[in-house]
Design a protein around this ligand. Structure first.
Ligand code: HEC
Ligand code: HEC
Ligand code: HEC
Ligand code: HEC
Length: 359
């Protein structure tokens, strides 16, 4: 009797171990060659995508009909949204209030005695953010497609988006912890791995930064094979972030056969490449120049503004807000007109999505 109970216990414990501890129904989607581990495994019962944070809120009221006096004639100090109608302007103000400062209201950005004044810093930031959002929706269709983005894609009802980052504080070599050289520090930006936290600073700020590439181009040391271990670790840190920000594993984009080769990568990898270039544009050309506008308490430990990474929009899923196009209800944020092309991608370095085949 006793031995059979023990045996039963052993069988149950074995079954629990074999089930890899994650309960729930799983679905597997194959992304590449059989046997290369290129599957995306989703836990259906986790219902991650049903979390309210991924749900698009309704517009403040029915979108106004087109036509009417342009905002630049109706108001005194309209520098970005001058091309839309007065009604659409009010509708857009109502929407951004819901998205950025639902509790504080219009006065979060305005002096109610003089709406045209730029004395509140948040209004100056918001104006630049309007340009940035228009820029993303028109110049970065290579990444955001027709789905586009609104302020809500990043802000989700908060003045400061929950997923942000800044330059990490430099370690002090005189303390007991010493200088960790920006690693061995379990932080979110590298998915809590002991990798350098500087990967984002290296690859996600400067639009002219080098590509995140470290793989050797030959089997012997040569001038072409100069990447250091530290650089390789920085790329891995960035890749850990990418995976956790999208809630996917490495084979969502790469073929484990060769992490380097674009030919065997999935079509998601060029999309991610455009994502990296877009984030550099956003951080380098829009957010960093706002440094002097922000009050001190809005800056990171090294005095730089809080910046965007893949998680700012994606929040743990492969398409932000489940791929629902929110911007279609806010035409002010996606002006029509000749489409501006994305910063030219070196054709040889980056295959277009159409050119990469999933075997
Ligand atoms: C998140 C910041 C923000 C919030 C909140 C906000 N606004 Fe604005 N508002 C702006 C910006 C930025 C401009 C200038 C837009 C431009 O230059 O194109 C502006 C301009 C205006 C103007 C034009 C003033 C003029 O004469 O130049 C009016 C009117 C206005 N807003 C009304 C409102 C109302 C009403 C609300 C609340 C429902 C509101 N705003 C909430 C940022 C904000
Ligand atoms: C790509 C992501 C992204 C988008 C899209 C975006 N923002 Fe921001 N925004 C940020 C980040 C990151 C910060 C934080 C900067 C900091 O605090 O140092 C910020 C800060 C702000 C602030 C300052 C808040 C404060 O309390 O200091 C305002 C106001 C703002 N955004 C308005 C807007 C408006 C209006 C839109 C849409 C027209 C918009 N943002 C779209 C990322 C974004
Ligand atoms: C969402 C897509 C995506 C995911 C997920 C992803 N990567 Fe990447 N990876 C890329 C892109 C895009 C590049 C190229 C970056 C560039 O050229 O600047 C890259 C580059 C690399 C490189 C450098 C290749 C070279 O040419 O030197 C390595 C190594 C790498 N990834 C490993 C990983 C690992 C390990 C994971 C999982 C932890 C991962 N990646 C997850 C998209 C992804
Ligand atoms: C400004 C918001 C924003 C940021 C920041 C952002 N993305 Fe995206 N991303 C989107 C949107 C919107 C889509 C959906 C486009 C569509 O509908 O096909 C998307 C789609 C993708 C896809 C395709 C997913 C699929 O299932 O087809 C990949 C891969 C991706 N993003 C990678 C990245 C990476 C890597 C980063 C960081 C370097 C990043 N994104 C940063 C907005 C963003």
């Amino acid at each position: 009797m006793r031995t059979s109970i023990l045996r039963l216990g052993a069988v149950l414990a074995g079954a629990a171990l074999l089930s890899a501890c994650q309960l729930g129904t799983k679905s597997a989607e194959q992304y590449g060659y059989r046997g290369t581990g290129m599957d995306q495994i989703n836990v259906a019962s986790a219902k991650k995508t049903l979390d309210p944070v991924h749900v698009v809120p309704p517009p403040p009221y029915d979108p106004p009909k087109p036509g009417g006096k342009p905002a630049r004639e109706a108001y005194q100090n309209v520098q970005v949204l001058g091309d839309i109608s007065e009604d659409e302007f009010s509708y857009t103000m109502a929407a951004i209030t819901q998205w950025i400062a639902p509790e504080q209201g219009c006065n979060y950005c305005h002096n109610p005695a003089n709406m045209a004044s730029d004395e509140v810093y948040t209004k100056v930031v918001a104006r630049r953010m309007l340009q940035m959002t228009r820029g993303i929706n028109t110049s970065w269709k290579s990444h955001v497609k027709q789905t586009g983005v609104t302020c809500y894609t990043c802000h989700r009802g908060q003045a400061v988006p929950a997923a942000n980052w800044a330059l990490p504080a430099a370690g002090n070599p005189n303390t007991i912890i010493g200088n960790r050289f920006n690693q061995n520090n379990p932080v979110d930006s590298v998915a809590y791995a002991s990798l350098p936290t500087t990967g984002m600073a290296k690859y996600l700020i400067d639009p002219s930064a080098p590509a995140a590439r470290v793989n050797s181009k030959g089997s012997h040391p040569s001038a072409a094979n100069k990447a250091s271990v530290m650089e390789a670790e920085s790329v891995y840190g960035l890749m850990m972030h990418t995976s956790s920000a999208l809630g996917v594993n490495c084979t969502f984009c790469h073929n484990a056969d060769s992490l380097q080769s674009w030919n065997v990568s999935t079509p998601k990898r060029p999309l991610a490449w455009y994502g990296i270039q877009m984030v550099k544009d956003v951080n380098g050309n829009y957010i960093t120049p706002l440094k002097s506008v922000f009050p001190k308490h809005r800056l990171g430990p090294m005095g730089d503004p809080l910046k965007v990474n893949c998680a700012t929009c994606h929040r743990g899923i492969n398409k932000p807000l489940n791929g629902v196009s929110m911007v279609k209800d806010y035409p002010a944020l996606r002006p029509t007109g000749p489409m501006v092309t994305a910063a030219a991608a070196p054709a040889a370095a980056v295959p277009s999505a159409a050119a990469t085949k999933t075997p």
